[in-house]
Design a protein around this ligand. Structure first.
Ligand SMILES: CC(C)(COP(=O)(O)OP(=O)(O)OC[C@H]1O[C@@H](n2cnc3c(N)ncnc32)[C@H](O)[C@@H]1OP(=O)(O)O)[C@@H](O)C(=O)NCCC(=O)NCCS
Length: 175
């Protein structure tokens, strides 16, 4: 369990499957995430979900985001870990709309970044988000991410943002 100011991050569990399925079959969330809308049945989804929990990927780590009183509101993680380059990609989604624009995303990203830089040797965290997603960009800026490029892919326009360990250490010398 990793504790932030407004949230805690914990390992994923089977009981998260229904929320995750609900969020992945939500057209607005899929659009904000530039992700395909999930069309499989819940029973098929659950079976794949259970096997992914049993055999987790070694190139990524996923966490559930919970409020401090234990409500599962979203997920975050880091993926595409490249130990040679010392970098990984960060992702986050707060699926429960009641928790948007209240600082939960900023606290989840800050908490995850602190964890990554304390517990791993990674030196560079990057992410991409839709050019049109101003809320996500504002959230990442508040966490210290800066814009380093743009990418067009599959008909979408993304901005690329990054946060180097060195920059975080300059912002918070105790990390
Ligand atoms: C993107 C996301 C993680 C941000 O988390 P959050 O808890 O909503 O964000 P926070 O409240 O921490 O910060 C958002 C900031 O953007 C601001 N904001 C909201 N809408 C905005 C807009 N249209 N333009 C500019 N700023 C905006 C908020 O006011 C807030 O800034 P403030 O704290 O200075 O007032 C979350 O909203 C989410 O998962 N959304 C749905 C899925 C999604 O967008 N996925 C893509 C992620 S890459």
């Amino acid at each position: 369990m990793i504790i932030g100011s407004k949230i805690k991050l914990r390992e994923k569990k089977l009981a998260d499957a229904l929320n995750d399925y609900t969020w992945q079959t939500d057209a607005e969330l899929a659009q904000l995430d530039a992700a395909p809308l999930l069309t499989t049945s819940f029973s098929q989804y659950l079976s794949t979900y259970a096997s992914e929990l049993r055999y987790p990927s070694s190139i990524g780590h996923r966490f559930a985001i919970e409020t401090l009183d234990g409500r599962h509101i979203g997920n975050c993680g880091f993926y595409n870990i490249d130990e040679v380059k010392g970098e990984a990609e960060l992702g986050i989604m707060i699926g429960n709309r009641s928790y948007w624009n209240k600082g939960y995303g900023t606290d989840a990203v800050t908490t995850l970044i602190n964890y990554i830089y304390q517990q791993t040797d990674l030196k560079h965290i990057y992410l991409k988000t839709l050019d049109s997603n101003s809320r996500a960009q504002k959230c990442f800026q508040k966490c210290g991410f800066t814009l380093y490029g743009r990418l067009g892919k599959d008909g979408y326009s993304f901005v690329l943002m990054e946060l180097h360990r060195k920059r975080l250490e300059e912002r918070r010398p105790n990390v």
